[in-house]
Design a protein around this ligand. Sequence first.
Ligand code: AMP
Length: 420
Amino acid sequence: MTTFQAPKGTYDLLPPDSATYLAVREAIAAPLRNSGYGYIETPGFEDVELFARGVGESTDIVTKEMYAFETKGGDRLALRPEGTASVLRAALEANLHKAGNLPVKLWYSGSYYRYERPQKGRYRHFSQVGAEAIGAEDPALDAELIILADQAYRSLGLRNFRILLNSLGDKECRPVYRAALQDFLRGLDLDEDTLRRAEINPLRVLDDKREAVQRQLADAPLLRDHLCDACKAYHEEVRELITAAGVAFEDDPKLVRGLDYYTRTTFEFVHGGLGSQSAVGGGGRYDGLSEMIGGPALPSVGWALGVDRTVLALQAERVTLDIPAATSVYAVPLGEEARRVLFGVVTELRRAGVAADFSFGGKGLKGAMKNANRSGARFALVAGERDLAEGTAQLKDMESGEQVPVALDAVVSTLRARLA
Ligand code: AMP
């Protein structure tokens, strides 16, 4: 028989490590829930055109990395490579922006798919938690999102991350800059692919990681020096608000990010312990995206934080999250009668909110105690015929080894008190 493996560029989340992933998602979501963001879930696939138009025809994500396919019914779909276009599509479709309460603040958590060359920190299936604030142009909103991401990372115990901040200008000033940059790039010694990119999307050349390219870019014109007054004032206000919140950041005039829809504020969270895939999260303002996908003008801002890379960042900083043991009490019955009685006690414990597990499969005392140990439970509850005859079970403290008989009808209250 053939055995199967997870597809290339993917991996499975298995216990006990999977608990860390859940905790990371929870930690990122908590500040959002606490700040007026409502939960949204959208399908794992969308019309391929949504991403082509939203993320950008010339981006790597769309040209090289999208899982696009045609269905039996002839629909052209793609597995979602990112969250923003879908969330905005859903908000527009449901007219959330017309309900009167702008910005519409949404958060999401889910799987994303990109056909990338796999390496550490770069997978074909990965997971993000993201936030979008739709329909308001207000520097405080950009600042809020950056501050909340910072709060999320700090609540996890991460310290070795930096926030890079830039402004990409708007439809007034960016075209002027784009032309200036293009002029500059045309004079450089670049390969054909890069020259072609310079024609289609010159800003992305700034993001080229190759040293030979970076060296030539040392004197490239910077958007910072071309921002119009409105963009300059907006950016200054974002910087001041973040600074006032005590969140440290670095200006990075070459930060462009790989998605075409960004305008004005863009930012990235990078971590020092991840090697080349150093971006743990990123986002920015996308004032034009709604119109690009057929909606009204809805200036918006958002971010997505990568769960996989956040877990790698925790490992790099040797932070272990305080994850409570999955099981507090492990019941070990000896014999048929005890099995029935203790199974009932376990059900009662669970209904009372005590995390309890049971030795299934009729194991002997030794094997069952080994499993009790492995489960991480603080207490084992052991009962044989003699205990039952006395209406008791033995409660063993797995840390101290101390064991005391407890009346069966007092097991729940005793354990609740001892675990409190
Ligand atoms: P992006 O949508 O490219 O700005 O990505 C936002 C975040 O998602 C990144 O900072 C990463 O943490 C994560 N991410 C993006 N692509 C991948 C990938 N292929 N594998 C793992 N994480 C990813």
